[in-house]
Design a protein around this ligand. Structure first.
Ligand code: CA
Length: 227
């Protein structure tokens, strides 16, 4: 089970990451609302732990934006005690809330309850994406080709996952930059080219058949082309 923790208080976020990892969850952390929303929309989390007060985008706005497209269960962590805030949170689409400070055992109990309620919907979502002999395990965050493990950085992994999810589709540098790096970049930056080059050196160079192709002037596409 994969959780996304969106919490700007670094100490609390680390405490949650550590505790929930030890409890057997795969935990991703974002420290502001913008990163958090991006990860929540892109990722395949089973549940979100969402702080109410966040820099960038506050918790409720993030939730409203998320709910336009996704029904990932959300447990709000809130320091606010007002009934109105609570009601507003639930109306906006939070599935449950927990007031800070909370006991870790209660947090785990709430998470388990929500995951149970969310039920088997999650079991049928693919957690392994494939193309030819390429295999990406989203849960374990592992990629392999022809059963050989690819040692990817976090960004390379995100880049590969995005290209793989939309295999056969040409993705522009601008789109890759905004989705993977969360940046609106101008053409001076070559962060995408550099990452593509690194990814290619691991993904394609050691193997006979390239999967990552450059479409001149347009972008990049991941596909298995006939030899
Ligand atoms: Ca906060």
């Amino acid at each position: 089970m994969k959780l996304l923790v969106i919490e700007d208080e670094v100490k609390l976020a680390e405490y949650l990451r550590k505790g929930l990892s030890e409890a057997g969850y795969v935990v991703e952390v974002a420290h502001d609302g913008i990163d958090g929303l991006h990860l929540a929309l892109e990722g395949d989390h089973d549940l979100l732990l969402l702080d109410g007060m966040l820099p960038g985008i506050d918790g409720l706005s993030l939730l409203a934006a998320l709910r336009r497209t996704k029904q990932t269960p959300v447990l709000m962590l809130t320091a606010r005690v007002g009934v109105e805030d609570r009601v507003l949170g639930l109306q906006t689409g939070a599935d449950d809330y927990l007031l800070k400070p909370f006991a870790f055992s209660e947090l785990v109990a709430r998470i388990q309850g929500l995951l149970r309620r969310a039920g088997p919907r999650h079991e049928i979502e693919p957690t392994v994406l494939r193309l030819a002999d390429l295999e990406v395990d989203l849960l374990r965050r592992k990629a392999s080709r022809a059963t050989q493990r690819l040692e990817l950085t976090a960004k390379e992994f995100s880049l590969l996952t995005l290209l793989l999810r939309r295999q056969g589709e040409v993705l522009s540098r601008t789109e890759l930059a905004s989705q993977v790096w969360d940046m609106n970049f101008d053409s001076e930056t070559n962060v995408v080219e550099v990452a593509i080059r690194r990814l290619r050196s691991k993904l394609d160079v050691p193997f006979d058949r390239p999967l990552l192709h450059t479409v001149r002037g347009m972008g990049y596409v991941l596909e298995d082309r006939p030899a």
